[in-house]
Design a binder for this molecule. Sequence first.
Ligand code: GDP
Length: 138
Amino acid sequence: MERTFSILKPDATRRNLTGAINAMIEAAELRIVAQKRVLMTRAQAETFYAVHKERPFFPELVATMTAGPVVVQVLEGNDAVRKYRDVLGATDPAKAAANTVRKKYALSISENSAHGSDSPETAAIEIQQFFSGNEIVG
Ligand code: GDP
């Protein structure tokens, strides 16, 4: 069993797509063991994406992530990190495979509907940023 961290981004909440994406998550045999809808602050977004702070798209990324509500989630399952990234598809929707979240729903590389951790180590750090232990019920 492994856990990964997910964010359904503002472009997804704005278009009422959280249920459709959750259905894809559950169809992939990932279990949503924690979930809440929050507005990310600018500070939270900057911390969350600190690894990208020197990149030219960083200001746009922070603006996009704070433009509206997000749904933060903890997903659990076998090989959850890799499996969820497969459900999401490539970062750029133009390169995403058929039947992935980003192919179906992303508007652009910036408004690409959802985030998934890139390793179990990153997942643990990201989960801690948004959830306390008693909010995660497996
Ligand atoms: P992810 O792990 O697939 O989300 O991709 P990354 O960690 O590389 O990038 C984080 C987020 O930054 C992505 O999901 C995109 O929303 C955004 N992003 C990445 N690359 C670009 C880019 O070249 N241009 C813009 N505008 N946004 C980008």
